[in-house]
Design a protein around this ligand. Sequence first.
Ligand code: CA
Length: 232
Amino acid sequence: MNKLTILVVEDDRPVRNLITTTLKAHDYRYIQAENGETAILEATSHNPDIILLDLGLPDMDGVEIIRKIRTWSNVPIIVISARSEDSDKIEALDAGADDYLTKPFSVEELLARLRVTQRRLAMLKLDSAAENVFVNGDLRVDYAAGCAYLKEEELHLTPIEYKLLCLLAQNVGKVLTHTYITQKIWGNSWENNIASLRVFMATLRRKLEATPGSPQYIQTHIGVGYRMLKVG
Ligand code: CA
């Protein structure tokens, strides 16, 4: 039983119908908006659980909607857009979107992204119950002790690797951009910090992943950033 309420923001009627038909078939409730103004109105009045957002809308840009909504709400926002450039994805993610789907998309992909977001919502609820410990598959981060464990073996991480791991863990399921991560770790996003990030990520993965070549925990979004996946 899903019974989450999804706000579908899309001006293209056939695409909107495809999305709402899919949602209905999978037991989601939905509301719809075909422009930015209605989207913001529906988001404030119905408090949806997840927002699916097109960027190219007749009255305003979707990125502007993300910025407006983020001033009062942390609702997960999944962008669905024909814009496929990395810079567009980064702009939307930096504005506060949680995930990004490029048109044309498959219905299965959309449903998978919704499930990821749902798990993330569930984890956030669990996290607030057991705030000081993060568990994901064999990984356990004890924030209070400042230690991370894999299969109950302590991981010997450098301070930066530990910071990186915590940042990804606290945002499990969410794509974090290079800019966002370097801002959080070093306080700025200079080019050389983005290069360092790759190096630290590689060393973190060697300690965390059984096969660093096909990572289980940390997924790379080439040209965009990284995401910690919910495992098992
Ligand atoms: Ca559009």
